[in-house]
Ligand binder design. Structure first.
Ligand SMILES: [Zn+2]
Length: 381
């Protein structure tokens, strides 16, 4: 940037910092970053009566704005990214759904370029290495066992930008694949799984560190068969993803998981598909047809829930107003934790001098009023 970067001061708001909330706080923006001090003549924007929180980070999202990250062109993907930015998500890892291996590899190459240019923070492969018993909205005929050589092929196709692979670790090759991913610095996420409690413990010991949308697409918690849910919740090494749209999880189930894991081991995700920020209608999820009615996405064939139409501003508001979670906890679960898991916490995920000026302005009722990304307003409050 030529010359002195333009400074602006956002003042008068309740600002959620890593150390807690500051009433009547200020955020100083210099160029694309947050600064520690402002020049005396810097213009100030009064945001009294509002909250300023870090920009949201979504580590599991398949599309939005009518566009799919699995099948879209670069232009489509950027439209989806822009839709989520307008809802406060300033950092996105693109998730794919099950497809042919060569199709996924080609898409990974396309997505990796968008990571290189800074529009995405990485790639999450959800499938094809998942259980046919818990396939959710993935094509059964394209599922395969997690052979480490195949897993390797997929992450290689992402040219170093693969951040996470969701797999059913109980399948043949599952544990070796978890080890392979851990060795390559890629998160092995347990999901779309039919594993027992014991099999899940084995996968965690092998290096798995995330639970893909806990509760959804896995055996239910039973008092004699605790299954993956208990194993994932009790282990300090696991971060659990939760879809807080009121459809995927009953508030009581969310509360149980949130309080067992604690704010630092939860990542709120959207798992959103194309219809997010776009509306009801007919869509494709990979090779499958989906109908969205009243904001709920279901497979045309079989009626499985097929991702969500959630955006993180709605998830944030629900977490505070419906689930009654402390704002500071929600901020950790929706920004700091996913930023850490994606390995971008040195740049984003909290409001600290030196980090990107990525922030969300909310009114007193937690409705989104503004979004700033890298110092520029996406939505001006
Ligand atoms: Zn998903």
């Amino acid at each position: 940037m030529a010359g002195r970067a333009a400074s602006k001061v956002l003042s008068g708001a309740r600002v959620v910092l890593p150390t807690g909330t500051v009433d009547n706080g200020r955020v100083i923006v210099e160029g694309s970053r947050i600064a520690g001090a402002a020049p005396a003549d810097a213009p100030s924007l009064d945001l009294s009566g509002h909250w300023i929180v870090p920009g949201f980070v979504d580590m599991h999202v398949h599309g939005g704005g009518g566009a799919s990250f699995t099948s879209g062109t670069a232009e489509d993907v950027l439209r989806g990214v822009q839709t989520h930015r307008e809802h406060g998500t300033t950092t996105i890892a693109a998730s794919t759904v099950t497809g042919e291996m060569d199709v996924l590899a080609r898409q990974a190459a396309l997505l990796s370029e968008l990571v290189q240019q800074g529009d995405l923070a990485g790639i999450h492969f959800e499938g094809p290495f998942i259980s046919p018993c818990r396939k959710g909205a993935h094509s059964e005929d394209l599922l395969r066992d997690p052979d480490p050589a195949e897993v390797r092929k997929l992450i290689d196709a992402a040219h170093g930008t693969a951040k996470m692979v969701t797999l059913a670790t109980e399948l043949p090759g599952g544990i070796d694949s978890v080890r392979l991913l851990a060795e390559h610095g890629v998160i092995a996420a347990i999901g779309h799984t039919d594993a027992t409690y014991e099999q899940t413990v084995e996968a965690i010991d092998a290096g798995a560190s995330v639970a893909t949308h806990l509760y959804n697409a896995m055996p239910a918690l039973g008092h004699r068969t605790p299954g993956p849910i208990a194993a994932l919740l009790e282990d300090e090494r696991i971060t659990v993803e939760l879809i807080n749209d009121g459809t995927h999880l009953h508030p009581a189930a969310l509360e149980l998981a949130y309080h067992r894991a604690g704010a630092d081991r939860v990542a709120f995700i959207t798992d959103a598909m194309d219809a997010a920020g776009f509306g009801d209608g007919m869509y494709d999820l990979g090779p499958l047809a989906v109908e969205v009615k009243g904001g709920v996405a279901r497979l045309v064939e079989g009626g499985s829930i097929a991702g969500s139409t959630l955006t993180l501003d709605t998830a944030f508001k629900r977490a505070v107003t419906v689930d009654r979670l402390p704002v500071e906890d929600v901020v950790r679960s929706i920004s700091a934790n996913p930023a850490r898991l994606l390995g971008v916490h040195d740049k984003v995920g909290s409001l600290e001098p030196g980090k990107d000026a990525d922030l969300v302005v909310l009114d007193a009722g937690f409705t989104l009023k503004g979004v700033m990304r890298k110092g520029a307003w996406v939505i001006e409050p």
